[in-house]
Design a protein around this ligand. Structure first.
Ligand SMILES: [Zn+2]
Length: 387
């Protein structure tokens, strides 16, 4: 709570942190002394005040000059490696396509790329930990990617492999939970309270954040919304695509990036990949825009259902149409307005990601920073011990 208050309000005086957290001034002071000793916070130098006032309220802020975290996001076709400072700002990122999807090859490739990124961009700062994020089913306690059908991965011990290869503490989580955590820690003010996060990329999944934490469920499988039946009815498009689960009309089979690329080809749009299709839509190509509008309708149906099931203050939609094509966000909100039973103000309840344009670099780093902010006085090998 103390470190979060300094993150949210810094530079901030200890007395203000005590007021914000409801903790005693002595407790806040004790924690701040330990954070200072660990180099996680710094006292902001102040101009000398009038004589005789001593050292009244020297403000504290998160120290971004000593430590970084590394983050890795593993997508279906590519992986992104990033460095992030303790305020959640991306220092550097590097995205590379996969040569194959063998787990060992992908994980070893990530570990091999990290030293160069650190050498070129860390600027003398020490990397505290590596966070790893990917889609589908991830068990953070075991550090295992349990099931990622699109990658063909099952029970991949990502933490063990990457810890051995990098020598760093490694934290692993789903990218939806990581991005929900990133919204809580570093997101826009409107997304910091209770939120459902819906990730729409090559895979589709969700996370539910509340009371400063993110719900996992006993099997860490919470948020598996890929097979929500949203159907293509009413969108004016082609009939439902078959889904791997055997039922047509699932959310993921209708709106995933590979599905959109196939839909584009069926409409005579020659695009190499999803990025090219997005570029066309951003440039106003009518058929590409129509595909993103159709996607917005179907995603809006899922958002309406999530609003009704969880009644969160906001649903954060991680989807480039919602983030970068204002008309798509309007379409999505209109569908929510028409379908949700509990949401009477879609404009304030349905929001794009705070990290549009950098969600993948943010996701990995947020896994590591989430762990740091959850336990800043824990056993972090690169930090001085605290008593
Ligand atoms: Zn399905």
């Amino acid at each position: 709570m103390v470190l979060r208050a300094i993150l949210d309000h810094g530079p901030v005086a200890r007395s203000t942190v005590a007021r914000l957290t409801g903790l005693s001034p002595a407790a806040v002071s004790g924690h701040c002394t330990q954070f200072l000793a660990r180099g996680l916070v710094a006292e902001r130098p102040q101009a000398p005040g009038p004589r005789g006032l001593g050292r009244p309220h020297i403000p504290l802020e998160i120290d971004t000059g000593r430590y970084l975290v590394a983050g890795a996001h593993i997508a279906v076709a590519h992986s992104t490696l990033a460095l992030m400072d303790l305020r959640g700002r991306i220092v550097a990122d590097d995205r590379r396509p996969h040569r194959g999807t063998d787990p060992r090859q992908v994980l070893d490739g990530l570990a091999a790329r990290l030293p160069q990124l650190v050498e070129e961009h860390a600027d003398g700062r020490t990397v505290l930990a590596l966070g790893v994020a990917t889609g589908q089913w991830v068990d953070p306690d075991a550090g295992v990617i349990v099931d990622h059908p699109r990658l063909g991965w099952r029970d991949v011990a990502a933490r063990e492999v990457l810890a051995a290869a990098t020598g760093l503490p490694v934290h692993v989580d789903s990218h939806s939970r990581a991005l929900a955590r990133a919204e809580q820690l570093f997101g826009a003010v409107t997304t910091r309270s209770s939120a459902v996060l819906l990730f729409v990329g090559a895979v589709v999944d969700a996370a539910f954040a509340t009371d400063g934490g993110v719900h996992r469920g006993p099997r860490s499988a919470a948020g598996s919304v890929a097979h929500l039946p949203v159907g293509p009815e009413g969108t004016g498009g082609p009939p439902a695509e078959p889904c791997g689960c055997g039922t047509p009309g699932c959310l993921q089979s209708e709106v995933s990036e590979p599905a959109l690329v196939r839909q584009a080809a069926a409409r005579g749009l020659d695009v190499a990949d999803f990025r090219a299709l997005l570029d066309l839509a951003l440039a106003g190509e009518p058929r590409a825009v129509a595909l993103f509008r159709r996607r917005a309708v179907l995603v809006g149906r899922a958002v309406a259902l999530l609003l009704d099931v969880f009644d969160p203050e906001v649903v954060v939609v991680v989807e480039p149409g919602a983030g970068r094509l204002p008309e798509c966000l309007d379409v999505m909100r209109a569908e929510v307005g028409a379908r949700s039973w509990v949401c009477d103000d879609p404009a304030s309840a349905v929001l794009p990601s705070s990290f549009t344009g950098s969600v993948l670099p943010v996701a990995g780093g947020a896994v590591a920073l989430g762990a740091l902010y959850a336990d800043p006085l824990g056993p972090w090998p690169a930090l001085p011990a605290v008593c």
